[in-house]
Design a protein around this ligand. Structure first.
Ligand SMILES: [Zn+2]
Length: 370
């Protein structure tokens, strides 16, 4: 079963969610390959694949509750993305698939240092991905679908390459790279360990988002904000740890925000939430195991700038439309809520102000016509 093939609607009907204009801020290149492409690239990459339906197998591994099994799926996807041709193809298809799901602006993130095992340089890898993006944008323009795409380069928390990746991002900022991120194991590898990279990026004014508050708690979010100067948080779900109930009457619950949650909400630092992924990785384990346990709605109701994302479409067998459908089932959201999430994402896109305003106009028009 391939999720994006299905048509998603609100529980009470309405327009196809895929037809609504959407903005995707947190989507990993190595988590969004087509299973057919993996199968075609695997032999040349020397990778043996399991028998049967690859997409279903990957989704099952990712859902097994074991981080080891989950990470094995990335060994396969990253394994087939070690040549310029493969990176270009994967990036090209990635953008086409976003467009098919109604995305009008996407930011694709990946870690170049993981793609050097067959002789590529960091710069050549970034150029190969940009080639695929540019080709896809041209293809789509011919079909009348206007889309903009930015690359976010991820450094890994547990390797020592963050300064080199920050420099790489700066070298390619005129050619498709819009921001920097750190990803990888959160616990034990604080943002403070990457201060040299963050200081350079701050000096050069390149935007930063940081995966934080996913596997670890408030200290990690503090590090993303103070050491990383993050303008967005990758997930940040654990911010809900900084929200406490201070009073409860029959029809009313009063909550208090701690200093970190206050800062994030009042400064409108965007939360890149990925509901299905957050369930799979245990990021919301403190609150429960079902979608309606996700603190997404709590954060939304409290006024945080929440956005909806896929994280890894292949591993979660999902799409942006499906994530919205799941949220609407869990929290009774309607088209107005969906529009808020898309406007939030447009406002937080790593684009110049006039481009973000143009995205907001396209979203407003698309929802009006829906
Ligand atoms: Zn992520």
């Amino acid at each position: 079963m391939s999720a994006p093939d299905q048509e998603y609607r609100l529980p009470n009907g309405g327009p196809s969610i895929a037809a609504l204009p959407k903005v995707s801020l947190h989507d990993h290149l190595d988590g969004g390959l087509r299973p057919t492409t993996i199968a075609e690239l695997a032999p040349a990459a020397g990778i043996e694949l399991p028998e049967g339906d690859l997409g279903a197998w990957i989704a099952a591994q990712a859902d097994s509750g074991s981080l080891v099994e989950y990470l094995k799926t990335f060994e396969i996807t990253v394994g087939v993305m070690q040549t310029a041709e493969a990176l270009t193809r994967v990036a090209h298809e990635f953008v086409l698939d976003l467009a098919a799901d109604g995305v009008i602006h996407g930011e694709v993130r990946w870690a170049p240092e993981q793609h050097l095992t067959r002789g590529l340089t960091l710069d050549a890898a970034v150029e190969a991905v940009q080639q695929g993006i540019d080709d896809a944008i041209d293809d789509l323009a011919e079909r009348g679908h206007e889309i903009s795409i930015g690359q976010i380069l991820c450094a890994l928390r547990h390797t020592g390459e963050s300064l080199a990746i920050a420099e790489l991002a700066l070298r390619h900022r005129e050619n498709g790279v819009v921001a920097f991120d750190i990803a990888g194991p959160e616990i034990g590898f604080p943002a403070a360990g990457h201060r040299a990279a963050f200081d350079l990026l701050a000096t050069e004014f390149l935007p930063v988002t940081v995966h934080a508050g996913e596997a670890d708690g408030l200290d990690s979010i503090r590090g993303a904000l103070l050491d990383g100067r993050a303008l967005r948080l990758g997930h940040g779900v654990r911010l809900a740890d900084d929200v406490s109930v201070i009073g409860r009457e029959t029809d009313r619950t009063t909550v208090g925000l701690g200093p970190i949650a206050t800062w994030v909400r009042d400064r409108e630092i965007t939360l890149e939430l990925a509901p299905s992924s957050n369930l799979q990785t245990g990021a919301i384990a403190f609150w429960g195991t079902e979608m309606y346990d996700h603190p997404f709605d709590l954060l939304y109701q409290l006024g945080f700038r929440v956005t909806v994302n896929t994280d890894n479409r292949l591993m979660s067998a999902t799409s942006l439309s499906r994530e919205l459908a799941l949220l609407s089932q869990a929290f009774d959201y309607d088209l107005n809520d969906f529009q808020v999430f898309q406007l939030n994402a447009a406002a937080a896109a790593f684009l110049p102000l006039e481009d973000r305003d143009a995205l907001a106009d396209r979203i407003a028009l698309g929802f009006e016509e829906a």
